[in-house]
Ligand binder design. Structure first.
Ligand SMILES: NC(=O)c1ccc[n+]([C@@H]2O[C@H](COP(=O)([O-])OP(=O)(O)OC[C@H]3O[C@@H](n4cnc5c(N)ncnc54)[C@H](OP(=O)(O)O)[C@@H]3O)[C@@H](O)[C@H]2O)c1
Length: 321
């Protein structure tokens, strides 16, 4: 558990998951340093002058040298996509790091042999996830070989919540609130899990400094496993509207629209559990309906419901009726 006064470095702490983790660490009384390039908006940090923000690229040796001119009780690495990202931490700066907690993904798993997937399921190549899967697996492979730093890996799935600039759940919520149809290019019946971003932030804090978490990886997901269609229905229920879900066949689109995707969530079956994390610590995911209510509150407050940017494929399908 992250202790009051702990020295924390977050690599990539200004945008989505990193931002939630930053706020959670501040609430817990950590002494916080962030390393990021300054490309993502960070105006919100003005409210937290106690945070030491270092501007630099993690691939720039000078930026790392500056960041690791001091010791940290824990480093939260949000943006390790390839082994080279993480190698300097494990070699050059190992002595500066008490515990390294790395954000990975459930996309590291090979195609599901059984459901729900726990951490014992084999990792490996997955045709749907390409380079992302390969890079994240290579990062996890490298972490597994290190003996100089205590490391822990967290694997979220589809992340939703406030500051969802990637517009995953937001994609559906905005359309539902506007009374627009949601077009699915697939049946939407694959069982999957979501991760509520503030729950993921709390998982970072909870595993911190736990000796039993050393060398381990944990799924971090909400308890509910549900299909995309039922997720959309749940979103509609939270908003108090009806869901108008329609299906189309991508191959029926006119040539210029063919190959364009709409909707963020793919129809990949991946049911996961967080049982290992719950057994380790006091991780209790927020019920999804409650998490969606909070997400909707944020969307209302941020004005996101006013901006309906439909994709060309949706414009076409809506016109067809
Ligand atoms: N979002 C999801 O649904 C999801 C699902 C599963 C797993 N994950 C994992 O979650 C992690 C975090 O994702 P996210 O969506 O929170 O990322 P994000 O919102 O894109 O945030 C990236 C952060 O890293 C900083 N950054 C990017 N490149 C950098 C560099 N070269 N050097 C220093 N700072 C850099 C960014 O700030 P600057 O641009 O200012 O540098 C920003 O603070 C990733 O590892 C991802 O694989 C995400």
């Amino acid at each position: 558990m992250l202790e009051r006064g702990a020295r924390v470095l977050i690599i990539g702490g200004t945008r989505y998951i990193g931002r939630h983790t930053c706020i959670a660490a501040l609430v817990a009384g950590a002494r916080l340093t962030l390393l990021n390039r300054g490309q993502a908006p960070f105006g919100w940090l003005a409210e937290h002058p106690e945070v030491d923000r270092l501007q630099g690229d993690r691939h720039d040796p000078a930026a790392l040298e500056a960041a690791f001119s001091r010791d940290y009780d824990v480093v939260y690495d949000m943006i390790a996509y390839r082994p080279d990202d993480i190698r300097p931490l494990l070699h050059t700066y190992a002595d500066r790091i008490g515990h390294l907690v790395v954000c990975s993904t459930t996309s590291v798993y090979a195609p599901a042999l059984y459901q729900p997937i726990d951490e014992a399921h084999p990792r490996g190549p997955h045709p749907a996830w390409g380079d992302y899967n390969r890079g994240k697996n290579a990062v996890e492979d490298l972490l597994a070989t290190t003996d100089r730093v205590r490391t822990t890996v967290l694997r979220p799935q589809w992340v939703f919540g406030p500051h969802d600039y990637q517009r995953l759940a937001t994609f559906y919520l905005v359309r539902l609130a506007a009374g627009l149809p949601i077009w699915l290019p697939h049946a939407g019946i694959a069982q999957l899990n979501w991760t509520y971003a503030p729950d993921l932030a709390s998982a970072f804090l909870l595993v911190t400094s736990l000796p039993e978490a050393a060398g381990r990886a944990y799924n971090v997901v909400c308890d509910e496993t549900l299909t995309t269609i039922d997720f959309i229905r749940l979103c509609a229920q939270v908003l108090g509207v009806a869901a108008d879900i329609r299906h189309y066949r991508p191959e029926d689109l006119p040539g210029e629209l063919r190959g364009q995707r709409i909707g963020p969530v793919r129809n990949l079956p991946l049911a996961c559990t967080s049982l290992a994390l719950k057994a380790l610590c006091d991780f209790r995911p927020t019920p999804m309906a409650e998490a969606l209510v909070r997400t909707v509150d944020w969307l209302r407050g941020s004005g996101a419901f006013d901006a309906n940017q439909l994709t060309p494929v949706e414009e076409y399908l809506n016109a067809q009726g």
